[in-house]
Design a protein around this ligand. Structure first.
Ligand SMILES: [Zn+2]
Length: 291
């Protein structure tokens, strides 16, 4: 039994300044491949689901699938709901057993976002679950959520006020990253992470990680980004590995071989990122407790 709360994984990561990969899975195969990578590296891992994936598979089935698989592995695992602007789905996932949720109220003005996020924090507390908050939309549409228009970036004091008023466990600051693939080099604002952690020392969450360099990851993690989201890289590996297999084997109709090829490609993405973030060998961090 290694399903734990988000904070059981992220408290030690934030204290010791390593990053934990939060990887968006899309089905049972990608879930298995990510867990296998975490076990191989003896690393904690956060399994994330987009709202689109939850709607496609169903919250109850998805949670049962996660629980069945995570129960079998010997590393701490938490399940997190990624960007969710819909309060009804937040409630469905909390009731189904998610460890944590990102209530994405970035489309609201900060005052209304603060009120609603505080309500979500109170609701999550009833389930022993944690909440991630954000006030600025991350550039780029991901699984139907987000915007291709750069959002207004508020002074860090506004974010710090939001954090203390809502009681969120972790926060996704606007630091110049974007969802999807970067068209040019991103103009990062890493100092905003440092400033926010100084004002309010809670774990920060890095969105739009796919495509950043190892040096950029290392720097942001050292500043306090303890949760590092990876979504686009997995989707690319998942889809391209299907394509590669089909192009290389046009006349074969052998699902286990094709799925084995896909699983191995997805696992490589997880191994690569977990290995870069410094969480390998940390599965048994002293403060990690079973939740
Ligand atoms: Zn994101």
């Amino acid at each position: 039994m290694t399903i734990v709360s988000l904070r059981a994984i992220m408290d030690p990561a934030f204290d010791e300044r390593y990053g934990v990969a939060a990887i968006n899975i899309v089905d049972d195969l990608s879930l298995d491949a990510v867990l296998e990578a975490a076990v191989e590296l003896d690393s904690p891992v956060i399994i994330q689901t987009s709202l689109k994936t939850v709607k496609a598979i169903g919250a109850v089935v998805l949670e049962k699938m996660f629980r069945a698989r995570a129960d079998e592995v010997a590393v701490p695992v938490a399940m997190h709901l990624d960007h969710c602007p819909d309060r009804e789905w937040i409630s469905i996932c909390l009731a189904a057993g998610w460890s944590s949720v990102l209530f994405d109220g970035s489309h609201l003005d900060v005052a209304e976002n603060t009120v609603q996020t505080a309500e979500v924090v109170a609701e999550a507390r009833g389930y022993g679950a944690d909440v991630e908050g954000e006030i600025e939309t991350v550039l780029g549409v991901e699984d139907g959520i987000g915007s291709d228009v750069a959002a207004e970036v508020h002074p860090v004091e506004v974010s710090a006020q939001f954090i203390s008023s809502t009681g969120v466990y972790c926060f996704a600051p606007a630091i110049g990253t974007a969802h999807g693939l970067y068209k040019g080099a991103p103009d990062l604002k890493p100092e905003r992470v440092t400033e926010l952690v100084e004002l309010h020392p809670i774990p920060m969450v890095l969105h739009g990680g796919t495509g950043l360099s190892e040096a950029q990851f290392t720097d942001l993690i050292a500043r306090g980004c303890a949760k590092v989201n990876i979504s686009t890289a997995l989707k690319i590996a998942f889809v391209d590995s299907h394509r590669e297999y089909l192009e290389a084997n046009p006349s074969k109709h052998d699902p286990p071989s094709m799925l084995g090829h896909v699983r191995s490609a997805v696992k490589q993405v997880a191994l690569h990122h977990i290995g870069m973030f410094g969480s390998a060998g940390r599965a048994h961090a002293p403060t990690a407790t079973t939740g």
